[in-house]
Design a protein around this ligand. Structure first.
Ligand code: NAD
Length: 501
């Protein structure tokens, strides 16, 4: 077995801002500490971008865009660079995975097997799309030609959260760059290291200076500066609903830039009485909430279960949860790693008291200290039963390994309770009846619905939410479109002026 702890200790991560093709400290020299959730100790001091640094990154991005070095480059050139970047990510798999694991608390097995390969595949997928997406010719009269073409928007500000730093970054920068835009990326303050490595690899792949800058820093400073900058054409944001709404204000108060939001969730896993295989369903329900310690925006944090299968299913979910191997993210056998920060740990644990005060029965819900990791941030898989869906446990996004179980009778009540939420990111339904499956899937108010499964995902399908879960869509060719604007060009092919009829 690889000694990941020794390899992590030997790392010397890049910590400076990456602006206009160069790593450099913040102009005022400010830094912030990044901490490893696995043991709560200091990893490195990362440069904290101030307003002037963000301004420099945005101006470099705008200059690069205007110069055409990337925006008007031969499409195959853009494709070659992004394919090379995808290859480099895989060539640097171990280092990227280690950075992701120590910074975010993801198990090294997930970082190597899921996070880095998924991000690299996303970059490759959009690179390949570059010469496969065609524009349109409108059905005009014969004396005219009307072209509808996609044009890159300009400067994209990408602001991302800490729960899947590399994957979510790739969802945003890959289609934005493939379409010819320049990007300024602000990673979450808890997890900047993999983004800085990505910047280094992008430069090595041949991405011209200024086309991708990375500005770690605090949300209210660096994030806000990006959101308010008049030269940013679009913000693509993933994070909490409150901050997302802030970006809408920044846009309204500055240049009216576009804002695409991917926000929180409280996704229901609906299990009906005719579910086929309770054991398979229980395993899926458990993984649907406990994977990544529940720090997943579409995590299946509500179980809406028919009372006729409640006891058997819940007993099985608790059993699966207890069997999951929780421990040091740098141990290859760990399945469930750490919570991303001390603050998030506190927040998650507070919900155990809230659940008790609301009359729920609590299974788990405590802090765990794996051997030798007394200061690390770990919470055991938690199940709250007897939850009133209208209460805080049923409504609030906990963003931890906590499942709220609510009992219903029949599909109609299940759908009503499932939809009783401010969020609409994802949902699942378990049934053996195909008509029920289709009907319930149609009725569930969510951007993604899974039938007899959970959390199947790929870059080939769009991802995003309804209601307070946001308005944007990452992934798929729809995301490619999101980083372009349509341009119409009318050409007169006749001898006389074109008329409107
Ligand atoms: P957050 O909103 O606190 O932070 C997200 C990003 O916004 C970070 O980069 C942060 O620095 C920045 N930010 C914070 N305050 C800011 C401000 N005042 N102005 C500008 N920028 C600011 O969210 P988080 O805690 O990092 O992430 C967890 C949230 O993200 C959860 O709500 C989760 O559901 C959501 N999320 C959604 C999706 C999705 O695709 N829908 C995916 C992952 C996470």
């Amino acid at each position: 077995m690889t000694d990941w702890i020794a390899r992590a200790n030997a790392l010397t991560p890049e910590t400076r801002l990456f602006i206009d093709g160069e790593f450099r400290p913040a102009l005022d020299g400010a830094t912030f500490d990044t901490i490893a959730p696995r043991h709560g100790r200091f990893i490195a001091a990362v440069s904290a971008a101030g307003e002037a640094d963000v301004d420099a990154a945005v101006r470099a991005a705008a200059r690069a865009f205007e110069s055409g070095v990337w925006s008007r480059a031969d499409r195959r050139q853009r494709q070659r660079v992004l394919l090379r970047l995808s290859d480099l990510m895989l060539e640097n798999l171990d280092e990227l995975a280690l950075l992701e694991s120590i910074d975010s608390g993801h198990p090294i097995g997930d970082a190597r097997g899921v996070d880095v390969p998924n991000a690299a595949r996303t970059v490759r997928w959009y690179a390949e799309a570059i010469d496969k997406v065609y524009d349109e010719v409108a059905p005009t009269p014969r004396n005219a030609l009307a072209l509808v073409t996609r044009e890159a928007l300009g400067v994209i500000g990408a602001v991302v959260p800490w729960n899947y730093p590399l994957i979510i970054t790739a969802w945003k920068i890959a289609p934005a760059l493939a379409a010819g835009n320049s990007v300024v990326l602000k990673p979450a303050e808890l997890t900047s290291l993999s983004a800085l490595k990505l910047a280094e690899l992008a430069a090595e792949a041949g991405l011209p200076a200024g086309v991708l800058s990375v500005v770690p820093g605090f949300g209210p400073v660096a994030g806000q500066a990006l959101g308010r900058h008049p030269l940013v054409d679009k913000i693509t944001f993933t994070g909490s609903p409150a901050v997302g709404r802030g970006f809408l204000s920044y846009a309204g108060e500055s240049n009216g830039k576009q804002v695409a939001l991917e926000l929180g969730g409280k996704s229901p896993q609906v299990v009906l009485a005719d579910v086929d295989d309770i054991a398979a369903c229980a395993s899926s329900v458990a993984w649907g909430i406990f994977y990544n310690s529940g720090q997943t925006c579409h995590g299946g944090s509500r179980l809406i279960v028919d009372e006729r299968v409640h006891d058997e299913l819940v007993a099985e979910v608790i059993k699966v949860g207890r069997e999951l191997v929780l421990g040091d993210p740098l141990n290859e056998s760990t399945q469930i790693g750490a919570i991303a920060s001390a603050r998030q740990l506190e927040r998650v644990l507070a919900y155990t008291d809230i659940a008790e005060s609301e009359g729920a029965i609590v299974y788990g819900g405590r802090r765990v200290r794996p051997e030798g990791l007394d200061e690390g941030y770990y919470v055991e898989p938690t199940v709250f039963t007897g939850v009133d869906n209208a209460g805080r446990i049923g409504q609030e996004e906990i963003f931890g390994p906590a499942l709220a179980v609510t009992t219903v009778r029949g599909a109609a009540e299940a759908v009503r309770v499932a939809n009783q939420s401010e969020y609409g990111l994802a949902a699942s339904v378990w049934t053996s009846n195909i008509t029920t499956a289709h009907t319930v899937a149609r009725e569930l108010n969510a951007g993604t619905v899974w039938v007899n499964t959970f959390d199947v995902a790929d870059v080939i399908t769009p991802f995003g939410g309804f209601k307070n879960s946001g308005n944007g869509r990452d992934r798929s060719l729809h995301a490619f479109d999101a980083y372009t604007a349509l341009k119409t060009t009318w050409i007169n092919l006749g001898d006389s002026p074109l008329s409107n009829n």
